[in-house]
Design a protein around this ligand. Sequence first.
Ligand code: ADE
Ligand code: ZN
Length: 339
Amino acid sequence: MALDAARTRLIRLLPKVELHLHIEGTLEPEMMFSLAAKHGIALPYASVEAVRAAYAFHDLQSFLDLYYAGCDVLRDRSDFYALAMAYFARAHADGVVHAELFFDPQSHTARGIELGVVIGGLRDAMGDAERRYGITSGLILCFLRHLSEEDALATLAAALPFRSELVGVGLDSGERGNPPSKFTRVFAEARAAGLHLVAHAGEEGPAAYITEALDLLHAERIDHGVRCDEDPALVDRLVRENIALTVCPLSNLKLCVVKDLRDHNLARLLRRGVAITLHSDDPAYFGGYIGENYRAAAEALDLTAAELIQLAANAARASFLPLPGTVSKLSSLGTTDPQ
Ligand code: ADE
Ligand code: ZN
């Protein structure tokens, strides 16, 4: 059944905090074509429609192969600026008031693009987004877990001159066979530099990876984390320690982490007391930005108005930048459990 008008309106009006968004995953096919034309790059697709038709994924890796290939059109500072500015325009339309953006420096530096070009273009857009839309934002540098620990350590060393431009570090890419334990040293170094810490875990990997991310990496939030309920003691711990899981329903559906959104465990976990938050992951590839993720989850799982407010409040509390402007914009959400 379609979502009723009251919850549709509530979702539209809720001030939203985006905590799980890969900026490279906001590259819409139209921009992929325009940047390819700008740089004289031949794409293996005849049209925008052909690109969209290729977005039929059967697991995380089948998506990552296209996602990394798409990054090739991002070459200069103005490309990263245009990418992020297009995202902020959509985020503003969706009621986003604060966003902590992931970016994958290794997928750019490996192609000869300097880190300063990537960070510079993104930071230019972040400044303009705050001036134009009032959206505050932060940058989280993600290490690609399919690459070596040495590569991650070198990436962190290269990023430290840009320390003041970053709010934290994260861990993404192919999860299976790449446990958090592989990155214990690099996360210890990031922690020593005062950076916040997050990690993708329990998306395709086992619940044990979530435990590792908490115990070995000292992750403050877990990205996805949906396989946590394979370990009931871990779920108890997430509740006790108020650890947020940044869940992305449309991503989980597109990457076949769940067969049907009606089977998603996010509502059960939320009702169990886990700090679930809703986000968009790679919206250009998965068919919806944050508002669409709220709508799809609300409809499939029959989330109540109070639960939708709880999801938005959880994200505000789990954010790393409690800026005065953000806090006042979010004050209507209150700090008590709306149940
Ligand atoms: N990089 C971009 N999207 C990702 C996801 N859903 N999981 C792991 N790495 C990613
Ligand atoms: Zn992700």
